[in-house]
Design a protein around this ligand. Structure first.
Ligand code: SAH
Length: 242
């Protein structure tokens, strides 16, 4: 983007996200949709200091302002095709939550699960995130319901998704899950909530489909299929090899 020097600013990252979502595929479209997603924000450099967080425990939820680092280099256009509209209608980028924006800034409300300090590292534990692993954070603010939540607000094309999808686990997947029970006690719920969003491309939604999909959650690769009748079938769960 060409800008005159007086219209520029430089930010420093204040944190990085540790997220179970290791790739863009299957990340929910907004925060809160997958409440079982657990992650954290590690504070960086001068911001890695518990004093910045004094009083934050009074709030149940936080706004996280972050950089869409995974799509940043792809640039932006004035018009985008929101997946919600099947990808065939164009809207102004500022009328959408597209990640391809003039400034690649994202904003998500997440649940504050607590603050921990490991050696010299301050960590903010969060849940319900919709963030890619390693997302750079530029600001954090408390969520203030009386002002941030507006009763009766209109949301045009971005209506709350319906969850008409159910998930079944194969015997293999159940046996696999048993192995990771201690490490990820909420794994079954997490997988169910992610699949309830139907992560497939818009044109395949609500249809049966032969393809076997793989998605990475934490350090696990989850294989699943979409059957007819809006039913997701988890085939297997395996550790990702590094
Ligand atoms: N709640 C945010 C994000 C909405 S877009 C906002 O409204 O600004 C949601 C999508 O952002 C997710 O489906 C995910 O694929 C994508 N995403 C999350 N973190 C990202 C990152 N660091 N880089 C690029 N895309 C990211």
């Amino acid at each position: 983007m060409t800008v005159s020097p007086e219209n520029q600013v430089t930010f420093n990252y204040i944190g990085r996200v540790n997220s179970p979502y290791k790739e863009k595929f299957a990340i929910p479209r907004q925060p809160g949709l997958v409440s079982a997603a657990q992650g954290s924000i590690l504070l960086l450099d001068d911001a890695n200091n518990q004093e910045l967080l004094r009083g934050i425990e009074q709030f149940s939820h936080l706004w996280v302002l972050f950089i869409f680092h995974g799509t940043q280099r792809q640039g932006w256009k004035p018009l985008v095709r929101p997946p919600r509209l099947g990808g065939n209608k164009k809207l102004g980028v500022l009328a959408t939550r597209s990640t391809f924006r003039p400034n690649p800034i994202g904003m998500s409300v997440v649940k504050l699960e607590g603050i921990t300090q490991n050696n010299k590292q301050t960590v903010i534990n969060i849940s319900g995130l919709d963030l890619l692993d390693q997302t750079p954070v530029v600001d954090i603010k408390p969520y203030i319901p009386y002002s941030d939540s507006i009763d009766g607000a209109q949301a045009g094309f971005a209506q709350q998704p319906l969850h008409a999808v159910t998930t079944k686990f194969s015997q293999q997947a159940q046996d696999d899950m048993q192995k990771y029970q201690r490490e990820y006690p909420e794994l079954a719920l997490f997988i169910e909530q992610v699949l309830a969003q139907d992560p497939r491309p818009a044109y395949k939604k609500r249809q049966g489909d032969d393809k076997i999909y793989g998605m990475k959650l934490y350090n696990l690769n989850i294989c699943w299929q979409a059957n007819l009748n809006n039913e997701m079938y988890v085939l297997s769960i395996n550790k990702v090899d590094h």
